[in-house]
Design a protein around this ligand. Sequence first.
Ligand code: SF4
Length: 184
Amino acid sequence: MDCIKCKAKTCRTAVACKAGKFDENQVLTEYTRTENQEIVQAAAKLVDNGRAGTLSRLQEIVEFANEMNYGKIGLAYCYGMENEAMLITNILRNKNLKVVPVSCTAGGLSQKEVNAKSQIENVSCNPISQALQLNHEKVDLTLSMGLCLGHDILFNRYIQSDVTTLVVKDRVHNHSPLKELKTK
Ligand code: SF4
C-alpha cells in the first residue's frame, strides 16, 4: 500500500480499496469492544460538532481525562524540560487532575550501567525505570514529554498505561519536527 501515490483515494469517501489486506470484519469487531468505544467516543467529543481546531493539545488532554474519568495522569518527561514539566503539572493539577511527574533520570543509573558500550559515569536517561515507576503508580494515562528518540521506544515497550505524546523531542526545530519542511 502506498497511500501517497494513490490517485483514487476511495477510502476518503468511506469505500475500502483492494490494497487493504486486513480483515474488515475483525476491525469492526474490535471497535465494538467497550474499552475501544470509550476512547473513540471521548476522542470524538474533542472534535465533533465544529470543535476541531478550538482546543490546544493540553486543553484536549484535560477534557479527555475528565471524559474518561482518569484518576491519575503520569507525566514522563525529559529532565531537560523540567521547568516546562513543572508548568504542565501545575496546569493539570489546577484542573483537579492528579499528576505523577517522573523524570527520565529516575533510578540514577549512569550511562555505563545502561549502555554496554559506554564508559561515561554521568547519569543516563533511563526510560525503563521511568516506565516501571509509572506502572507502580498505576497511572491511567501517561503523557510522553520530550523523550529522546530510542528512549521513547523503550519507554513505550515497558509502560503499561495508555500513552499519548504531549511533546516530541526535536533539538534542532524547537520540538516541532514539521519545521524541517520549511528548510527544504
Ligand atoms: S484508497 Fe487505498 S491506497 Fe488509496 S489512499 Fe485510500 S487506503 Fe491508501
